[in-house]
Ligand binder design. Structure first.
Ligand SMILES: NC(=O)c1ccc[n+]([C@@H]2O[C@H](COP(=O)([O-])OP(=O)(O)OC[C@H]3O[C@@H](n4cnc5c(N)ncnc54)[C@H](OP(=O)(O)O)[C@@H]3O)[C@@H](O)[C@H]2O)c1
Length: 280
């Protein structure tokens, strides 16, 4: 399918960047979109949606569900899907999250229905928390500072590598057999935050600790740092999903789709430590 053109939203983000790279390696024409750059796409600027979709046969959709602010994912995904199908897009792969409960009053899977009802071939990806939160996302600064304080208790999470998420996305974008599937994507092992941070500490030889904190104390702390109260609650509720081991059972979807095991957290930690990403 090298004559395919794929629009990738969040093309510089953790999964989108890897989807772009993998598609290009397979000779696919990619329209990598973001709020700035060559292909402009902004969820808050609907006039950018149709031009971004131009010429695409398939699209990888990343929403802005976990960003602060008011956001009607269902309406936005509905309108985008409608424009996509009207413009000739035949396949939609939607990134959501393996969180089905409301967090801070928000649904992280609110966009799914619109995509399922779009008339396109659709695949939904629901990954667990990413490995890359530790080396390029929300936890990076805390790891570097030597203390990861979260209201995650001793709950477990089967963190997943965004390389695996991207590899599954590319299969769903290019190959047959994935239409109508909702893929829950996890790593092979469910880890506590203490175990995950402990692995990073050992690999770097640094004193890096996980400190469990109370839910409300965490919300109050974020608010003290000028995080809006509703967003602070959202983040704390999201972490509480780990505390309560809500999505702790590993799935074998990565193996089923890719025919190999998901990447292990230890391998990721060794590679990231060797890159020096956690050095201060
Ligand atoms: N992080 C996790 O552990 C995790 C786990 C499971 C699911 N998810 C899901 O993955 C998705 C992405 O989260 P992430 O943390 O990995 O972020 P990310 O993809 O690394 O970064 C967010 C991306 O969204 C783009 N973006 C932000 N606001 C936008 C807007 N208004 N319009 C268009 N694009 C916008 C940014 O691109 P530009 O800055 O270039 O515009 C950036 O590429 C979310 O839906 C989240 O629920 C995340």
């Amino acid at each position: 399918m090298t004559d395919t053109t794929v629009l990738v939203l969040g093309g510089r983000g953790k999964t989108g960047r890897r989807v772009v790279r993998r598609l290009r390696e397979r000779g696919v024409t990619v329209r990598s979109a973001g709020r700035s750059g060559e292909v402009r796409f902004d969820w808050e600027a609907p006039e950018t949606w149709e031009p971004a979709l131009a010429g695409a046969d398939a699209a990888y959709l990343v929403d802005a569900q976990d960003k602060p602010g008011v956001w009607d994912a269902e309406a936005a995904l509905g309108e985008l899907s409608r424009l996509a199908v009207a413009g000739g897009v035949r396949r939609l792969v939607l990134l959501q999250a393996r969180v089905t409960e409301l967090v801070g009053g928000k649904s992280l899977i609110a966009g799914e229905r619109a995509v399922r009802e779009s008339g396109a071939q659709w695949t939904v990806l629901r990954p667990n928390w990413f490995f890359q939160n530790f080396d390029e996302g929300v936890l990076l600064d805390a790891v570097r500072a030597g203390e990861v304080a979260l209201p995650a208790g001793s709950g477990r999470e089967p963190f997943v590598d965004t390389e695996d998420v991207a590899a599954v996305a590319v299969e769903a974008l290019l190959e047959d057999g994935h239409a109508g599937q909702t893929y829950e994507l996890s790593g092979a092992r469910a880890l506590t935050l203490e175990e995950a941070v402990g692995e990073i500490a050992r690999a770097t030889g640094r004193d890096i600790r996980y400190v469990p904190v109370e839910h409300q104390a965490y919300v109050d702390e974020l608010v003290r740092y000028d995080v809006p109260a509703d967003y602070a609650l959202f983040v704390a509720d999201l972490v509480a999903q780990i505390r309560d081991s809500k999505n702790a059972t590993p799935t074998d979807t990565v193996r089923q789709v890719l025919g190999r095991e998901p990447r292990d957290f230890s391998g990721f930690v060794k590679e990231a430590a060797a890159r020096g990403v956690w050095n201060t």
